[in-house]
Design a protein around this ligand. Structure first.
Ligand code: MSP
Length: 643
């Protein structure tokens, strides 16, 4: 069976955060489970780069938009790598393979008469990249509750797509296919929206030229949503490629609830107009909200740096928490405190502790050698039945895009395993030689349960089987989902190891900023001020503007031979590398500098220092006690201007 699953393609106008990560993690878990079932899976994600808001953000940062998106796209790719996302392809809408398909489709629809030229007069919300008619605005602002920002009045020549022509056909399709839009609440919402009447959609813009050109009228660029939706088939090589024939239609388009409308109205109509079958399911999950309410987003400023979170907790706890917290059809709440609490309770206590205590007993009572089991009692029979129920139910929930419920089933098994240990009390059995057979059965069952848990956790937390594998003798027991209710798989005689806890407990306070002790009154500030270097002569703004200050990242640093104070730095600026010699060796070791984003005087005439050509100067602040290079937090991309 083939299984084609997609995430939305993300706007690379800012770094990915927990909210955007959720969709990708959920799709990844679904893709992994289908692969473990033996399906031929294709999992697609990517970036939506031709949006007007991207060019605006890049322009206001003073950075070339290509450089800007390249930098952010590399962060998306890196985050997915760190989170163990197993996508088969990553499509960027600035790639030629995508643009060609968009132009082909635009042409085809134009030739068919479904796209026509007219004039658009109405409102546009750039953050949402959406056209709005006057009557839909709320207090003159964007009607999206999550946005509610200013809209702009547009009046420009545009091409229009005849959505209205397909209204009846789409409604009929939705009525005939109850699983097309999920969950039910979103389906009802969409039906109401379509019944309210569909207007033709403006599908080109002329007031900027960032995007894919209309092939026969290149002063127009294609409207970003028309362009973006096509990624789901351009990545497969529509219309002729084998991949398209094999994987289309998509089994699931997974996304947040805010963009279900585009996927269940505009997208199916494009496909209908092209005579291409529709995706089987458009699934809209809820949002992650911050503790104080409100969707987690960069613009609200409530999004925590995902890279920092991974550095603290690793990918599996983050994946587990997000998947478990987003209940079917509802919004979830995210906070770091809750994440740590779940990590400690579910992962360290329930799962991790089960693994540790079981293996410790095998090591202690029978020297770590997996025993041959004896006769099953009702307890073992019950566990075996439960494994089948959990495996089937988790699988069913995942097909329905409900990872939270799937994980609830998996945790039923985790809890049952812990209860089994308490009920069988191997420590008592070990006291009496007459119980050897029973002890062997119990310990064998406990080890088999660890193997099964490795399988059940694998789609959600791919790191778990990796951690368990060396403890169970190094065999790969974990890639076949069907083995989650097979028994007697581990060979008696296998040597197990109790290893380290697979999820150590975390104390959140270790990350909080230390309270600074009350300071003694400090009068050195006064002295420093008195000794301050006199301010230089006044200059004009034009003089200042001649200095080009840029953000660069230090990639390498090494001492310059026979020069105590000098470090030779290799810095990166928007993909370009430079050598800079800096007199800061007395204050920093080479290691401390690597990875820092600092300010470079980028247009300073190169000079030769100790035989090395230094292309610029790093800025630093100093006083009588020390020196500190000036830098920025990692959000500013390299090449960004300092003004
Ligand atoms: N580029 C469009 C999608 C085009 S698909 C053909 C887009 N991009 S986005 O980057 O703004 O958002 C991508 C997805 O992330 C959306 O599905 C959105 O719902 C999801 N999320 C963004 N913030 C979120 C939360 N706080 N919580 C859950 N999902 C969130 O829209």
């Amino acid at each position: 069976m083939k299984y084609y699953i997609t995430t939305p393609i993300y706007y690379p106008n800012s770094s990915p955060h927990i909210g955007t990560a959720y969709t990708t993690i959920a799709a990844d878990a679904m893709a992994r489970l289908r692969r473990m079932k033996g399906d031929d899976v294709y999992f697609l994600t990517g970036t939506d780069e031709n949006a007007q808001k991207i060019i605006r953000t890049a322009e206001s940062a003073g950075v070339d938009p290509h450089v800007y998106v390249d930098d952010i796209v590399s962060r998306f790719r890196e985050l997915w790598r760190l989170l163990n996302i197993s996508n088969d392809d990553f499509i960027r809408t600035t790639e030629a393979r995508h643009a060609e398909v968009v132009q082909y489709i635009f042409n085809k629809l134009y030739e068919k008469g479904d796209i026509y030229k007219s004039e658009y007069e109405g409102w546009y919300c750039t953050p949402c990249e959406t056209f709005w008619t006057e009557n839909r605005l709320v207090d003159g602002k964007c009607p999206n509750e999550d946005c509610a920002r200013e809209v702009e009045l547009l009046k420009e020549e545009s091409y229009f797509f005849k959505m209205s022509k397909y209204q009846g056909k789409l409604l009929q399709y939705i009525n005939d296919n109850p699983d097309f839009i999920k969950p039910l609440s979103r389906r009802n919402e969409m039906i109401r929206f379509i019944e309210g009447g569909l207007e033709d959609l403006c599908v080109s813009r002329t007031t900027f030229n960032w995007g894919i050109k209309v092939p026969f009228d290149p002063k127009h660029v294609v409207y970003v949503w028309l362009d973006a939706l096509i990624n789901y088939i351009s990545a497969l090589g529509y219309p002729d490629h084998e991949k398209f024939k094999k994987y289309w239609p998509a089994d699931v388009h997974l996304m947040g609830k805010d963009i279900v409308r585009f996927h269940s109205i505009i997208w199916p109509i494009i496909l209908m107009a092209l005579d291409v079958p529709l995706p089987k399911m458009v699934f809209g999950h809820g949002w992650f909200l911050g503790k104080e309410g409100g969707k987690i987003s960069k613009s609200r400023g409530n999004a925590q740096d995902s890279f920092e979170l991974i550095a603290r907790y690793g990918p599996d706890p983050i994946r587990y928490f997000l998947l478990r917290e987003m209940q079917y059809g509802l919004d979830g709440t995210y906070s770091e405190d809750d994440l740590v609490e779940k990590l400690n309770s579910d992962l360290a206590n329930d799962l991790g502790n089960y693994v540790s205590r079981s293996l410790a007993m095998v090591v202690k009572y029978i020297d770590g050698k997996v025993p041959t089991p004896g006769q099953d009692t009702d307890l073992e029979k019950e566990i075996k039945e439960l494994s089948s129920k959990v495996k089937e139910s988790a699988e069913e929930k995942m097909l329905a895009c409900d990872p939270a419920s799937a994980l609830e089933y998996v945790w039923q098994f985790v809890n049952r395993c812990n209860k089994y240990v308490d009920e069988t009390a191997p420590w008592n059995l070990a006291k009496d030689q007459n119980n050897t057979e029973r002890l062997n059965t119990v310990l064998y069952t406990m080890v088999e349960c660890i193997r099964i848990l490795g399988i059940l956790c694998a789609p959600f937390m791919p790191g778990v089987p990796e951690k368990i594998r060396p403890l169970l003798g190094g065999m790969d027991f974990f890639s076949d989902w069907e083995k989650a209710d097979s028994w007697n798989v581990i060979q008696p005689g296998t040597i197990v190891d109790k290893g380290q806890p697979i999820f150590p407990r975390i104390d959140l306070s270790q990350f909080s900023v230390e309270e600074t002790p009350e300071k003694q009154p400090d009068n050195t500030a006064e002295i420093k001020e008195i000794n301050m270097v006199p301010i230089k002569d006044e200059i004009t703004y034009e003089d200042f503007a001649k200095i080009d200050l840029r953000i660069v990242k230090i990639l390498q640093a090494e001492k310059v031979e026979k020069a105590d104070k000098l470090l030779k730095l290799e810095v990166e600026m928007a993909g370009e590398s430079r050598t800079v010699v800096a007199g800061i060796a007395g204050y920093y070791t080479a290691e401390e500098l690597i990875g820092k984003k600092v300010v470079l005087v980028a247009n300073l005439k190169p000079v030769k220092l100790r035989g090395i050509v230094s292309q610029g100067m790093i800025l630093a602040a100093s006083d009588s006690e020390g020196l500190e290079v000036l830098g920025v937090e990692k959000e500013i991309i390299t090449g960004g201007q300092v003004k």
